[in-house]
Design a protein around this ligand. Structure first.
Ligand SMILES: CC(C)(COP(=O)(O)OP(=O)(O)OC[C@H]1O[C@@H](n2cnc3c(N)ncnc32)[C@H](O)[C@@H]1OP(=O)(O)O)[C@@H](O)C(=O)NCCC(=O)NCCS
Length: 324
């Protein structure tokens, strides 16, 4: 079967791509809802020259049987891993379409000089044997938790907020980090490096800004709450509200730099985020988050806030040299 690259997707191709996502989601409700059509369009139209994402599809009849996206963070030639996502219509599986798309992406990874590639998938789905058949190994297990804001006991957020540690203040911003905090936020992000070993590339102010710009380019909104000590960031927590008016926001990174740990900064910052969401984002009813299976501290913080388990996702990594 033929694989085509979509370097300048037409409206019809964007619709055909979106139809695959809808079909995959309908065939496997545990995969969660498909993104909105606008989200798909924004993502595919980001594929200009110099874009961090490339796209392939397997045409069939009037549409696509399968699609694949490969994000190349950091721009051409960066040594961070690429991020692959393959989606095959349920009725077209086990016919080698997924493998063909991985081959195309592998060619692009090699041409770009990337050493590795990662994928995030749900445990217990065909994605697991598929990735393992293509040289990937599991490097991280993430437990998906959801907090329903309506289930928060009255007074819980206010109580946690008033119990903040002395010597710290909270700041918050929407969108890309303000310049005065960019360097300190990068250092705080490095505090998470122990959780994401294979990433291994230090954060700097530019990478922090790039992440904020990427979220904005997708049409999503990034909210950040940080705790300051002597004017420097001691910890932060990030939330992303997707474009398209859904009622679920996604927790992104939360970290406390090592010398400030053990003072309940994590739960304090998350309580401040909940307070912000409740007062300014009335459409948001649920917050989802992923916790590394080996991170009992963050799991305890989330359970104390009332997050309940929903699903398990896994992060897989492959060396590009091991791909087909
Ligand atoms: C995972 C997915 C992409 C696989 O696509 P596919 O076209 O069916 O995969 P292929 O036919 O190319 O399979 C290649 C090999 O992977 C393995 N594999 C794929 N699906 C498998 C399954 N359900 N059970 C066991 N092994 C499987 C097999 O070794 C297979 O080779 P074989 O058929 O000769 O035994 C598809 O099931 C899918 O779209 N799932 C939903 C979206 C998703 O989770 N994507 C993963 C993100 S990377």
């Amino acid at each position: 079967m033929d694989v085509i690259e979509l370097s300048d997707p037409t409206d019809a191709q964007i619709r055909q791509w979106h139809d695959v996502l809808v079909a995959v989601s309908a065939g496997d409700p545990s995969a969660g809802p498909a993104p909105g059509a606008e989200h798909t369009a924004a993502r595919l139209l980001g594929a200009d020259r110099g874009s961090p994402e490339r796209f392939w599809a397997v045409p069939a009849g009037d549409g696509f049987a399968a699609v694949a996206a490969l994000r190349l963070p950091g721009g051409p030639g960066a040594d961070r891993p690429g991020e692959i996502d393959v989606q095959v219509r349920p009725e077209r599986r086990r016919a080698g379409l997924g493998r063909s798309l991985v081959r195309s992406a592998a060619g692009a990874l090699r041409a770009d000089g990337r050493p590795g590639v990662i994928a995030q998938v749900s445990a217990g789905t065909p994605a697991v044997p598929f990735l393992e058949a293509h040289g990937f190994t599991c490097v991280l297990t993430l437990r998906g938790l959801v907090l329903r804001l309506a289930d928060l006991p009255p007074g819980r957020v206010a109580g946690l907020l008033s119990a903040g540690p002395s010597g710290y203040t909270l700041v918050r911003w929407r969108g890309t980090v303000p310049d005065e905090h960019a360097g300190a936020l990068a250092r705080a992000k490095d505090a998470m490096a122990d959780l994401v070993e294979y990433e291994g590339v230090p954060w700097d102010a530019d990478r922090v800004r790039e992440m904020g710009e990427l979220v904005a380019k997708r049409g999503d909104s990034l909210y950040t709450v940080a705790a300051l000590h002597d004017g420097a960031i001691a910890g932060f927590t990030e939330l992303v509200v997707p474009a398209g008016g859904g009622d679920r926001a996604a927790q992104y990174d939360t970290a406390v730099v090592p010398e400030h740990r053990g003072r309940r900064l994590g739960i304090w910052m998350k309580a401040a985020m909940l307070d912000w969401v409740r007062s300014e984002l009335p459409g948001i009813r649920e917050i989802e988050t992923d916790n590394a299976g080996d991170n009992p501290h963050m799991l305890a913080v989330n359970e104390e806030l009332g997050f309940l388990p929903e699903r398990e996702t896994r992060e897989y990594h492959a060396l590009v040299a091991d791909l087909p």
